[in-house]
Ligand binder design. Structure first.
Ligand code: NI
Length: 160
C-alpha cells in the first residue's frame, strides 16, 4: 500500500465529473487500498477518487463500524434534514454548516463488481452524499451556509 496525495480546492481536477468504474481488477484494488490508508492517516470519514487525482466514480465512506468501498454509487433515496458541520480533506483547515438530508439510501458495486445497497443516517448520510457529489465535480463549499470561526472550531474540537 502507498499513500496518495490529496488534491486541494484550487485543483481543477476536483471540478470535473468522473467516469464509471468498468474494470474490477488489481489496479482498482491497489487504488482502494491506497485510498484507505490515505483516509486513515488523514483522519477523515470519506475520500473520493477524484481527490487523489483519479477521475473514476468510486469513494470510501467510514461509517464508524467499517470503511465502505463504493464503486459507481447512486443515491436511491433521501429523507429528512440535518444542519451540521462539514469539512473536506481537499479543503484543509475549514469547516462549515451544510444542510443535508438526514437519511440516504445508496446503490453501489463492491470491489468484485457486485451491486449492493447501503443506508445511512446522520453523519453517514452526510458523508455518502458529500463523497458522491465529488464524483460529479462538486464540493461542499458550494452549499455551505456559514464557515466556522476559529473560536467555534476550538469549541467543536475540529482542527483548524
Ligand atoms: Ni470531500
Amino acid at each position: 500500500m502507498a499513500l496518495r496525495n490529496i488534491l486541494t480546492d484550487r485543483d481543477p481536477q476536483l471540478r470535473k465529473a468522473s467516469r464509471p468504474v468498468t474494470e474490477f481488477n488489481d489496479r482498482l484494488f491497489t487504488l482502494l487500498d491506497d485510498m484507505k490508508e490515505t483516509l486513515e492517516l488523514a483522519n477523515g470519514v470519506g475520500l473520493a477518487a477524484p481527490q487523489v487525482g483519479v477521475l473514476r466514480r468510486l469513494c470510501l465512506v467510514d461509517t464508524g463500524e467499517e470503511v465502505l468501498e463504493l464503486m459507481n454509487p447512486e443515491i436511491l433515496e433521501t429523507s429528512g434534514e440535518q444542519d451540521g458541520i462539514e469539512g473536506c480533506l481537499s479543503v484543509p483547515g475549514r469547516y462549515g454548516f451544510v444542510l443535508r438530508p438526514n437519511y440516504a439510501k445508496v446503490r453501489a458495486q463492491d470491489r468484485s463488481g457486485n451491486w449492493f445497497e447501503v443506508e445511512g443516517e446522520a453523519l453517514t448520510a452526510r458523508c455518502l452524499i458529500h463523497e458522491i457529489e465529488h464524483l460529479d465535480g462538486h464540493l461542499y463549499t458550494e452549499k455551505v451556509t456559514r464557515y466556522l470561526t476559529d473560536e467555534e472550531m476550538k469549541e467543536y474540537g475540529v482542527e483548524g
